[in-house]
Write a protein that binds this ligand. Structure first.
Ligand code: FES
Length: 404
């Protein structure tokens, strides 16, 4: 074989390979394989701006007939687009007190609307002193926002955070269980689902005293009318005699869910006041709902232990008995594993401590740890300064001395 013939063979082989490659690519493209855009990835969020950012209130609007629940629309002062967030997350605010004395108070409020690059929306309930405990103070920050914050005012805001978020996997119907203002993160999840996963069933149980107390009444009724996959259950504990909007009388509980939910696996998301959380969350587990399908967030002190750490070193350590000394309060108490966190423990014993998110994200419960070791079931989102601990997600691993 001459060199010329060999060259001719090699060229022919290369041409054949090229033609075969083009043919294969065309065939794959036509059958929908390579070359077709892959399905969109699950929502991933580039959350952070570090620290505080200034936002202007551009609009405020009451969401209930009693004007006790007010939405605030917030645009960033720097005008740059807002990062997305996951449905269910919250914003952290530092609000200067009315008299300008002392440090600003830190509070967290759930985002009540799905992501929007121009503005965020939160909805805040005016927190009055409880009717049965009038001696307790009303909520300073919620009353400040309701009474004094108007369009044009500027607030200091931290980036969206929080782990109480909707699992976007579309294979299980969603059950949202809201008590009172616990509706806010669940409304965000609901609207995200209806927009992004219209084939997924969503059942919302909204517990209130009467229909008059409901927020977003018209919006929810309209969503239920226009989305066949959305099933709305307003559950009233003390309805007025002419309350037509209350579909059920009583409380959200397992018997009601058993009667009204179709059979099969569901993902449960629960947000509400302490008594509701402390009864409903364990009841779901007792009913047989797998722990990984129960997601919850309380907006007050609520000791809920749904550990899947049973029998592990972590649980054994959390259940051990340790002395905990609160140095500034001058109290030394014994941790016996009854509380879900040091924050719950301190509050149960009347030790004054700051808190916001109660989930390790905002940093407002960060406390100097003078002595001892604190453990965390999960690494908290908020970076903990050296020599400090986060009370809301921490439990003792030894005798502790805290600066509280
Ligand atoms: S209360 Fe937010 S980090 Fe503890």
């Amino acid at each position: 074989m001459t060199a010329l013939t060999l060259l001719a063979y090699i060229s022919a082989a290369l041409l054949l390979q090229l033609a075969a490659g083009i043919g294969l690519a065309v065939w794959r493209r036509r059958r929908g394989g390579v070359g077709v855009a892959p399905p969109p990835p699950p929502p991933s969020v580039d959350l952070a701006w570090p620290g505080w950012r200034e936002f202007r209130v551009v609009r405020r609007e009451f969401e209930d007939p009693d004007h006790s629940q007010c939405s605030f629309y917030l645009e960033p002062l720097d005008g740059s687009p807002l990062p997305p967030f996951l449905p269910g997350q919250f914003l952290t605010f530092a609000v200067a007190t009315e008299d300008g004395q002392g440090s600003p108070l830190v509070r967290c409020y759930s985002l009540s609307e799905p992501p929007n690059p121009k503005h965020y929306r939160i909805t805040v309930k005016r927190a009055l002193a409880p009717a049965n405990r009038p001696e307790l103070p009303a909520g300073k920050v919620s009353n400040h926002l309701h009474d004094l914050v108007q369009p044009g005012d500027v607030l200091q805001v931290k980036a969206p955070a929080g782990r109480f978020v909707l699992d976007p996997a579309p294979d299980a119907p969603v059950v949202l269980l809201a008590g009172g203002i616990g509706i806010t993160p669940l409304l965000c999840m609901l609207r995200w689902c209806l927009a992004e996963q219209p084939g997924r069933s969503v059942h919302l149980y909204y517990g209130v005293r009467s229909a008059q107390e409901r927020a977003f009444g018209e919006l929810l009724a309209e969503l239920a009318r226009t989305h066949p996959t959305f099933h709305l259950h307003v559950v009233c504990s003390s309805p007025a005699s002419d309350d037509r909007d209350c579909r059920h009388v009583g409380y959200i509980d397992v018997p009601l869910l058993r009667q009204t939910l179709p059979a099969g696996r569901h993902q449960f998301y629960v947000c509400g006041p302490t008594p509701m959380m402390e009864s409903l969350v364990p009841a779901l587990a007792d009913w047989g709902v797998p722990i990984q399908d129960i997601h919850f967030e309380a907006f007050g002190p609520a000791s809920i232990r749904l550990d899947d750490t049973e029998g592990t070193d972590d649980q054994a350590a959390a259940n051990a008995h340790f002395e905990v000394a609160f140095r500034r309060s001058g109290r030394t108490l014994v941790w016996d594993g009854r509380d879900a966190s040091l924050l719950d423990f301190a509050e149960r014993h009347g030790i004054p401590v700051e808190s916001g998110c109660r989930s390790g994200s905002c940093g407002s419960c960060e406390t100097a740890l003078i002595e001892g070791t604190v453990g965390y079931a999960h690494t908290p989102d908020h970076p903990i300064a050296a020599g400090h601990c986060l009370l809301c997600v921490g439990t003792p691993r030894s005798r502790l001395v805290l600066d509280a």
